[in-house]
Design a protein around this ligand. Sequence first.
Ligand code: NAI
Ligand code: ISE
Length: 350
Amino acid sequence: MIKQISGNKTLKIGIIGTGAIGQDHIKRCANFLSGVEVVAVSDIDKKSAQNAISTYGLDAKAYESGNDLIQAKEVDAIIIASSGKTHAEYILSGIEAKKFIFCEKPLATTIEECQAIIEAEQTYGKRLVQVGFMRSYDRRYQELKKIIQDKKLGQILMIHAAHRNQESPENFTSEMVITDTLIHELDIFRWLLNDEFVTVSMIPIRKTSKAPKGLQDPQFALLETQSGIRINVELFVNCQYGYDIKCEIVGEEGVASLPAPAAVSICQHEKRYDQILANWQDWFLEAYNIEIQEFINECLVGKLQGPDAWRGYMATYVAEFCIESQKKGQEIAIPVLKCPDFYRSDNKIE
Ligand SMILES: NC(=O)C1=CN([C@@H]2O[C@H](COP(=O)(O)OP(=O)(O)OC[C@H]3O[C@@H](n4cnc5c(N)ncnc54)[C@H](O)[C@@H]3O)[C@@H](O)[C@H]2O)C=CC1
Ligand SMILES: O=C1[C@@H](O)[C@H](O)[C@@H](O)[C@H](O)[C@H]1O
């Protein structure tokens, strides 16, 4: 039996990983969202967990390990916001403990781990896992999806997209441009188009001198879907000027583009200029808030509806072929996998 949530009023949540996004989720749960209380935190860096408790004034316990937190009776549901390589172990423990789990992207870093997760969830027999693909909660992407579904652009022919970060961490690798950055596009285009990827070519571009040594930046991902749509994604993680996400959908009868978030415009020294947001936290702020609030609400009624483990698996699966293309310098075919019925009934990507 799944853990009964006390009085169906307040979800007692435990957060593993108190780094950048872990703290963001703590802050939104503590200050902005409803029906939730952060009762437990854990981080391999114990000081970081303690700091999170004091910074956000939590009435929470810092657990020695993520697994101790998962087992704790007082914890109804878990947010996993530790680094990607740790996700699979925590998700599998969470499923074993029969608790609802929100795991930041990626679901897991290997195909085998993803398979173990979807098998464990299916064996349990009810959805317990949600992946942190917040873009599908973004009103702008939702509008694009509606435009596509309503056939306002006619048949979709191609998409031009870009994912730009101001600068990458020192230890960022060319592979991480796929597993950490492109992974959002690998998910959102499946969701937007209700289509699957069948080929990918990763193309290196002339290197920027602003990237750390050894990092191939920028890169292009050139993808093709089963229905024949071509998608190019520019990945530029040291673009300097700010954080920027672009998505232009080209159809037979028109073009629809993702708008940038409205930001303050400044008039000064006989010039007018617009502020550009510097990070993902601000660009997708509303989407993160809605995503976590809906997760809380759905845990309280006992039925998850957000991005499921299959979506997480598919993104990691396609990422593996992107990495192969990056290594071999050639186009790679991606076999289409059949979605198990378990995920079909609850998870409609349309
Ligand atoms: N949905 C989104 O837009 C975003 C998702 N993410 C994802 O969230 C995850 C965390 O990313 P960031 O917060 O940016 O990284 P970060 O490096 O700032 O934080 C990660 C935290 O996990 C802790 N940690 C590492 N191993 C651990 C373990 N075994 N057990 C417990 N804690 C451990 C680290 O000490 C650190 O505090 C990543 O998977 C990342 O891809 C990150 C940023 C945005
Ligand atoms: O997930 C995220 C970061 O980890 C990643 O580094 C950024 O490029 C993404 O835009 C952000 O959403």
